[in-house]
Ligand binder design. Sequence first.
Ligand code: RB5
Length: 152
Amino acid sequence: MRIALGMDHGGFPLREALLEVLEKMDCEVIDFGTDSPDRVDYPDYAEKVGLAVQGGEADRGILVCGSGVGVSIAANKIPGIFAATCHDAYSAQQGVEHDHMNVLCLGGRVIGDELAKLLVKQFLNATYLGDQPDGDRYARRVGKIIELEQKE
Ligand code: RB5
């Protein structure tokens, strides 16, 4: 799986753990940085990751800021991006299965390395159920989200 990875300085503490788990899972990483603890602006990274997923260069994205909130708000401004902050395993899995989440957002000041790695595994191992034969209720709900996106 091709994964676009982006973070600001608040997410930087999780960087090595995320690269490690992505390598273990044989992912191809499109690494947008940042690769230092120097201050940067999280919307710039949300834009890069979001556009990579929107354009199909990446299958899914992972974004990290201090709380996971800023990057999710920014990424969700890009049509086709379904980003959410998940700090529990259930949501990281169900967000994909039910809600078509394609960008996982994490808070580098909220969780530690091991939980971050577990959440990435849940996220990447999950499949959207709206494409399954009995998944019409998920597809219907996601369709309504897409309609919201198209409202001016
Ligand atoms: C940066 O200080 C911080 O505001 C950012 O990483 C993020 O937490 C925003 O949601």
